[in-house]
Ligand binder design. Sequence first.
Ligand SMILES: C[S@@+](CC[C@H](N)C(=O)[O-])C[C@H]1O[C@@H](n2cnc3c(N)ncnc32)[C@H](O)[C@@H]1O
Length: 261
Amino acid sequence: MRPDACHFDAGDWQAFTSLLAKRWHVDWSGYKQAQLQRRTHGFLAYEGFPSLRALAAKAATDGALVARLHSYLTIHVTEFFRDPDFWRRLGRLLQSRPARELRAWSAGTAWGAEAVSLGLLCEQLHLNYTILATDNDADTIKAARTLEYPAGVAAALPTALRAQLQPSGPDRVRVPARIASHVTFRVHHLLRDAFPVGPFDLVLCRNVLIYFESPARREAIGRFTAGLADNGILGLGATEALLECHQFGLVNVAPSLYQKA
Ligand SMILES: C[S@@+](CC[C@H](N)C(=O)[O-])C[C@H]1O[C@@H](n2cnc3c(N)ncnc32)[C@H](O)[C@@H]1O
């Protein structure tokens, strides 16, 4: 089956998503529906439901089931310095700025590896920085706020960076207070909530817009750009090239990196 193909009858899908929105305030509008359907299809098999209608019947009264479905559908994959070449290019760009201040927003940060990677980079570059790190998933933000990870998660970091994380228990490491004090975590939904007031010198929104329908993606890019300071930088994921960047007043300055003209 093609990845963009639909798995369900259009009426059944419409009835199911309306039920989730009305009964449980789980609103999937703005997301790529074919992708959601593909994952919901996987969830049916995983939980042993014979059909979408059977899932809908149970979901009408079972909030825990809906929470499991929501978490199954939400992809929180992330890692420290995900796509190391991106971080090398970003480091060079930040180093070339005359300003030593950096106001940054990591949007769709998951459990915070992106925000902490940026904090570690800013420390290396001796910047004065603040990082707002947001995600629409409240549980993920709760976990992110602890700034503590299994030691294995940090094992892939270069030695000098790994050395900055402090042991905090058996096989646990914690981000030092020096970096933690620069990072604020907040729940924020890119499709529903007002955008944080900038201006930002850097917005990272990596591997998030890939899940949005085209109009929602364009809306988000427009709002990110509006919130950027002059010459501010927008960083996207490796597969999220913004071919129409000029329409937003952005210039592609390096792969996955755009600067407000
Ligand atoms: C694949 S992770 C990417 C994490 C990180 N940016 C990275 O590249 O490693 C996608 C994250 O986007 C979040 N997300 C999805 N829809 C969102 C929305 N509408 N508003 C804010 N965050 C969203 C998910 O909860 C998830 O944590």
